[in-house]
Write a protein that binds this ligand. Structure first.
Ligand code: GRF
Length: 193
């Protein structure tokens, strides 16, 4: 299964997938890494000798034009699956219409709790004692697609956004690696959901 990963930040979750996919027994491989900006995480692709591309959001006059350019780059990589792993952008219709349902996303909360760009911060602000990590199918909404996997993560007294996020990410990575494997071997059929 050929996977393209899209990031905006440090790409630490993506790196975990790169490491898993570097094992020949893992049934998927990352064929390209893309970003909507000069993301520091693109360096992980270089470490693994994987092609990377940027489609800088700021270079385009509109979300729609950015989406068309991003869809062009994705098409060239010929992905069987697109993984959003810390992409801090809502995917435009040009991408969703062409690649859904073969798009999944990781989110650092127990969806539908705390969707959006600040799920960890929002959980802290809400004073909840537990949050979680989720892997969902992307349907063009903001974290609204079918849930493929999720797991609870405790919020500890004194947690900051960073300390809680640092506890959530390893769970995201484990769920993501498992879900991509299950899609690759056909245990999960995204088109039937
Ligand atoms: C991850 O928790 C992801 O779910 C969220 O932002 C974080 C990205 O972290 N959208 P990284 O770039 O993988 O380190």
């Amino acid at each position: 299964l050929n996977v393209v990963v899209l990031i905006s930040g440090t790409g630490s979750n993506m790196r975990a997938l790169l490491e898993a996919a570097a094992d020949d027994t893992y049934p998927a491989r990352v064929v390209a890494v893309g970003a909507d900006r000069a993301a520091s995480g693109l360096s992980h692709a270089d470490d693994f000798g994987i092609p990377r591309f940027t489609v800088p959001f700021r270079d385009y006059g509109s979300r729609e034009e950015w989406g068309i350019a991003l869809a062009d780059q994705l098409r060239q990589a010929q992905p069987d699956l697109v993984v959003l792993s810390g992409l801090m952008r809502l995917l435009p219709d040009a991408v969703v219409n062409e690649f859904a349902p073969r798009i999944i996303n990781t989110h650092p909360a127990y969806l539908p709790e705390f969707p959006g760009a600040h799920g960890v911060r929002d959980a802290i602000a809400a004073g909840v004692t537990q949050t979680g990590a989720s892997v969902i199918q992307v349907d063009g909404g903001i974290d609204t697609g079918p849930i493929l996997a999720q797991e609870r993560v405790a919020v500890l007294a004194g947690d900051t956004e960073d300390s809680l996020h640092a506890r959530i990410k390893p769970v995201e990575r484990r769920l993501l690696i498992d879900i991509v494997r299950r899609i690759a071997v056909g245990e999960i059929d995204l088109s039937s959901r």
